[in-house]
Design a protein around this ligand. Structure first.
Ligand code: FAD
Length: 461
């Protein structure tokens, strides 16, 4: 042995977790090479396919990721599905360390009758549809009803409510896909309920998103004052964000519109509201059994206080009429490869500080590490922690860099033998430029290409 070689590190997934892990390793190790593998031709995960189109400022992190990708010690290989095109074992052979950052690509299901009726969609699929995620591009959600019900009280639920109710002119200048914009233009939806099993003190959305909804032009919030009685007192000593959020809901619920404003409100065509302590039991079909016409809800009471309060059915039921149901009860990670331990109960890879339990040299970061919660900043911090573990293991000799590894040299030939052609970062930059050019005429930041075949054609694959 000649002493240590340059460490070659592999990252699986090009969302925030993948890019922040790569960034931290490259910044704190002068010799490391980091290769990022991504299933889709295009990078950035939920920053491209999750973050709402009317929140472009959130997507500025793409500039940082692009800077990382352009480093001469970083390479991007899109169009490579790990677990199918290449196994984790093969990656481990080729790299000194492998970091799994492949996010949460499925959603939790309610497991109640009627969930497969037409008119019922997961929030994940609906968001994927309006954001141009290839697998959801043909969703064609039926927006011909007046009332939509969103199950869930998180920011994703509010994103969807906002997209359903926003004035079209707000959306026209965003990177929402052309085809979903056209569908929203024909939409008849004018009332959106967001229902949750627990109460106002347990909502998971944040104040910025709530305020945006309250201030959405042409819409009126409908909150039942009775849901908020006594809450002012209950949040007196709560942490500040919870306190301010609750106070905003109370203020909105109790605000008596002045007469003139009330008259203006009568003309307001669209409404949204929060329904609490309702747990869905069954999706009710239309008489011909083809589509959803409503949801049977069990009313609940709360046992316990604060975040840990449990919703217990009271025995009373209620039917809520709606022609569109979007279930927004959470994303879910899937196991990638039999070689990787997976905690099916919590939907995460078991780990300690990002080191995968029982598998030296294997790491994880992001949603697949901590579960599908938290904003980009949370994901950044936990990815930095994982990167730190990798750096410590390089320094402490846990990772044996005395044996040189071929990295993409080895993986590239395996992929070639399987007929897989990776997409490079400069290929992505061509796709990016084409999207920006297509959007320009319509005044949009970009028109996303939703068909992977078309992306590949564009770069001459
Ligand atoms: P992801 O972003 O999902 O990235 C995972 C990547 O891995 C994807 O690119 C995926 O294609 C790839 N991949 C999956 N399987 C494989 C495989 N087998 N092989 C190779 N690659 C694979 N946070 C905010 O701060 N602000 C917001 O406004 C905001 N809005 C959101 C809206 C929605 C609808 C959602 C769901 C989340 C939102 N978040 C927001 C949270 C934020 O998106 C997450 O914290 C973050 O994206 C998680 O990063 P990740 O890298 O773990 O997962």
């Amino acid at each position: 042995h000649w002493g240590s070689c340059c460490p070659v590190i592999c990252v699986v997934g090009s969302g925030p977790a993948g890019f922040y892990t790569a960034q931290h390793i490259l910044k704190h190790h002068d010799l490391a090479q980091v290769d990022i593998y991504e299933k889709l031709p295009v990078p950035f995960g939920l920053v491209r396919f999750g973050v709402a189109p009317d929140h472009p400022e959130v997507k500025n992190v793409i500039n940082t990721f692009t800077h990382t990708a352009r480093s001469d010690r970083c390479a991007y290989y899109g169009n490579v599905t790990v677990g199918r095109d290449i196994t984790v074992g093969e990656l481990q052979q080729a790299y000194h360390a492998v970091v799994l950052s492949y996010g949460a690509e499925d959603n939790r299901v309610l497991g109640i009758p009627g969930e497969n009726l037409s008119g019922v969609y997961s929030a994940r699929a609906f968001v994927g549809w309006y954001n141009g995620l290839p697998e959801n591009r043909d969703l064609k959600p039926d927006l011909s009803c007046e009332t939509a019900l969103i199950l869930g009280h998180g920011n994703v639920a509010l994103d969807i409510a906002r997209i359903l109710l926003s004035p079209l002119d707000f959306l026209r200048k965003t990177d929402i896909t052309d085809c979903s914009l056209a569908a929203l233009a024909r939409s008849k939806v004018k009332r959106v309920w967001l229902a949750g099993r627990r109460g106002p003190l347990q909502v998971a959305f944040t104040i910025k998103e709530l305020r945006e909804m309250i201030n959405l032009p042409g819409t009126q919030p409908v909150l039942n004052p009775a849901d908020f009685t006594g809450l002012e007192n209950a949040v007196k000593d709560a942490p500040r964000p919870r306190k301010r959020l609750t106070e905003l809901m109370i203020k909105t619920a109790l605000e008596k519109p002045r007469e003139k404003a009330a008259m203006a409100q009568a003309a307001i065509p669209r409404q949204w509201g929060l329904k609490f302590q309702r747990s869905p039991q069954e999706m009710l079909p239309t008489t011909d059994g083809t589509r959803v016409r409503g949801v049977r809800m069990a009313l609940t009471r709360l046992e316990g206080l604060g975040d840990s309060a449990k919703a217990v059915p009271t025995g009373d039921m209620e039917e809520l009429e709606c022609g569109l149901v979007l279930s927004s009860i959470g994303y879910r990670s899937l196991p990638l490869d039999p070689a990787v331990p997976f905690d099916t109960q919590h939907g995460v890879i078991p780990n300690s500080l990002g080191r995968v339990t029982g598998v030296p040299g294997l790491y994880c970061s992001g949603w697949v590490k901590r579960g599908p919660v938290g904003v980009i900043i949370t994901t950044m911090n936990d990815s930095f922690d994982t990167a730190q573990s990798v750096l410590e293991d390089l320094q402490g000799g846990v990772l044996d860099v005395s044996i040189s590894r071929e990295g993409f040299g080895a993986v590239g030939s395996i992929l070639r033998s399987r007929g897989i052609r990776p997409v490079s970062f400069s290929d992505w930059e061509k796709i990016d430029a084409a999207e920006v050019a297509r959007g320009k005429a319509a005044g949009k930041p970009r028109e996303k290409i939703v068909d992977p075949q078309e992306m590949l054609q564009l770069i001459g694959h």
